[in-house]
Write a protein that binds this ligand. Structure first.
Ligand SMILES: NC(=O)c1ccc[n+]([C@@H]2O[C@H](COP(=O)([O-])OP(=O)(O)OC[C@H]3O[C@@H](n4cnc5c(N)ncnc54)[C@H](OP(=O)(O)O)[C@@H]3O)[C@@H](O)[C@H]2O)c1
Length: 302
């Protein structure tokens, strides 16, 4: 039976990286090491976290930092996903037993998403991990799919902006999607590291809540945001074709990336809703409707 005790985290200063570090520490189950870019500031990790500066261009630098680590959790920024290539090589060479690459989003194993250019870097890293397992099965990986973040600062503005009372309703507004709090994503990391056999070499799919655009608007209205909604309507199929057209013309703007994400996230049968989830295995309780309501209230009042 594999036991994971020493855990390294990269991207630990980021939006999801920091909650992951805080939960790993709070569990008191792990020794936590943070790898950070050369020159990055120490962002106030507690004294029991070992902080190591690394050079992501150097496999040697990464391998030396990863020696003795049982697991590597990556929360690398979206724009730096490709930099995990050296990390996978280094983790493999250093004898790391489990790598969790930076995913934390839609289900990229859904074949409909396979051709989306924005997801190619993440898909390439997962394929690299799969290849490493073939070379030596003592290395293993798990990816976490949580669909949208449900952050403390209401990261669902792109779906329904409950404060400004505006939304672009996609595909009629009744398509179910998943959203997951930072606490539950961090719990998924702990659940994987404490269930290494059950989670080896596969994605885990989790969510705190499953909801729809129309339900979020209805709850916001119940909470008093009754009037003045500015609603527009679109079809994610059209967003997809426009995104592919503009991308092929060299337009890689945030607007085009958002079109791909919206299609991947909210298109029915695409990557943002998981009918089967690993919540129970990983110890994720999820949110009741009252807790979702409380988060929406905070988002309205922010
Ligand atoms: N599902 C969702 O709704 C959602 C939303 C946002 C993000 N995500 C995903 O979650 C993962 C983490 O994203 P995040 O938003 O938490 O990341 P972030 O806060 O933007 O950045 C995470 C960390 O990456 C490290 N990093 C290393 N090289 C970098 C570079 N060249 N440029 C920028 N940062 C670099 C930095 O740590 P150091 O300075 O310590 O090296 C940074 O703090 C990504 O896979 C992203 O796609 C999902």
């Amino acid at each position: 039976m594999t036991t994971i005790k020493n855990v390294a985290v990269v991207g630990a200063t980021g939006k999801i990286g920091r909650p992951i570090v805080d939960h790993l520490l709070a569990s008191k189950l792990f020794n936590v090491t943070v790898l950070t870019r050369n020159g990055s500031q120490d962002r106030g990790f507690p004294a029991n976290v070992s902080v190591k500066e690394v050079n992501y261009d150097s496999i040697e630098s990464l391998e030396s930092a990863l020696r003795g680590q049982d697991a590597l959790v990556s929360a690398m920024a979206f724009e730096a996903i490709h930099m995990q290539k050296n990390l996978v090589d280094a983790a493999f060479q250093a004898g790391v037993k489990r790598m969790i690459p930076s995913e934390y989003g839609n289900d990229l194993l859904n074949p409909k998403l396979a051709a989306f250019p924005i997801y190619q870097p993440k898909i390439a890293i997962r394929e690299q991990c799969e290849q490493k397992v073939k070379e030596n099965p003592s290395f293993s990986w798990t990816t976490i799919h949580n669909a949208s973040f449900l952050g403390p600062d209401w990261t669902l503005d792109f779906i329904v902006d409950v404060k400004e009372r505006k939304a672009d309703i996609k595909d009629g507004g009744d398509v179910l999607f998943c959203a997951t709090t930072y606490d539950d994503i961090a719990q998924a990391v702990i659940g994987i590291l404490t269930h290494p056999e059950e989670t080896a070499n596969r994605p885990v799919r989790i969510s705190s809540v499953n909801t729809t655009q129309n339900e979020l608007i209805a709850i916001a209205k119940e909470l008093g945001a009754t009037d003045g909604w500015n609603l527009t309507y679109s079809q994610t199929e059209n967003l997809e074709s426009e995104a592919f057209r503009r991308w092929s013309e060299g337009d890689h703007s945030e607007e085009v990336i958002a079109m791909f994400i919206n299609r991947a996230f909210i298109g029915k049968g695409w990557g943002g809703y998981f009918p089967v989830r690993d919540n129970d295995l990983l110890g994720i309780k999820g949110l009741g409707r009252d807790e979702l309501k409380a988060i929406i209230k905070l988002a309205i009042d922010r």
